[in-house]
Design a protein around this ligand. Structure first.
Ligand code: MF3
Ligand code: CO
Length: 238
């Protein structure tokens, strides 16, 4: 899982460098697929429940599962979430980042920062002395203290020889509740945070989740191994 997640991290780092006004979101999908194949791995999302691309690209009010398209051109002021997964030797990796396109609004900057901070605060709680929802609570508290709301309809997940394994990892919950965390578990922790209300709706393409109120949404994700020595982030470049 270190290998598959390292590949995911490399791909996301390369995609981040490509983000600029004028790029079509399909170009990001193509680069991601080329990179993963060059590393003798496979895209994890392609064909998953019929998903037709390798990458999810969710712009502005899109929360997750945005479909790359040649007609979708990024413009200055957009924020764009990139979610990518890879399989290597049967093991899955999965991570996401949200990136500003050029100069963005102060609200957009705050939302991106608060979502990434919430992810890292959640990760800090991924330790053997804790229970699952200690992670959830840390994320929710930071998102809501920052004036934002936590998406309920999508959650993080266990990950291993399948993309989605038990347990579900909600981004909201009560501290001290949920299963006991144990060394050897790997969790995909992935806060999806909205600037407005937490409600989302799915577009008629069957995939794209958008905020009901049209507000901006941000998404960050890491795969984290729980060890006796604390959380170890697998989907990060050293
Ligand atoms: N990264 C997403 C997740 O964690 C997976 C995208 S779903 C897919 O659930 F269908 F697009 F693959
Ligand atoms: Co995930």
């Amino acid at each position: 899982m270190r290998v598959s997640n390292a590949i995911v991290a490399e791909v996301l780092a390369a995609l981040r460098e490509k983000i600029r006004p004028g790029i079509a979101t399909i170009e990001l999908d193509e680069l991601a697929r080329q990179m993963v194949c060059a590393r003798k791995a496979e895209p994890a999302f392609l064909g998953y429940r019929g998903y037709p691309f390798s990458l999810c690209v969710s712009v502005n009010n899109e929360v997750v599962h945005g479909l790359p398209a040649a007609t979708r051109i990024l413009k200055e002021g957009d924020i764009v979430s990139l979610d990518f997964g890879a399989v290597y030797d049967g093991y899955y990796g999965d991570a996401a980042i949200t990136v500003p396109v050029g100069k963005v609004s102060a609200e957009a900057e705050l939302l991106i920062r608060a979502t990434e901070e919430a992810l890292y605060l959640g990760i800090q709680e991924a330790k053997v002395t804790n229970r699952l929802y200690d992670i959830s609570y840390a994320i929710q508290k930071h998102a809501e203290n920052s004036g934002f709301s936590v998406v309920r309809q999508f959650v993080g997940h266990g990950i291993g020889t399948a993309l989605h394994e038990p347990p579900e990892v909600p981004n909201y919950g009560q501290p001290g509740q949920g299963i006991r965390l144990q060394a050897g578990m790997v969790l995909a922790i992935e806060p999806m945070i909205n600037a407005g209300s937490y409600e989302v709706t799915i577009l008629s393409d069957g995939w794209t989740a958008v905020t009901k109120d049209g507000s901006l949404s941000a998404h960050f994700e890491h795969c984290v191994a729980i060890t006796e020595d604390g959380p170890r982030i697998l989907s990060r470049l050293d």
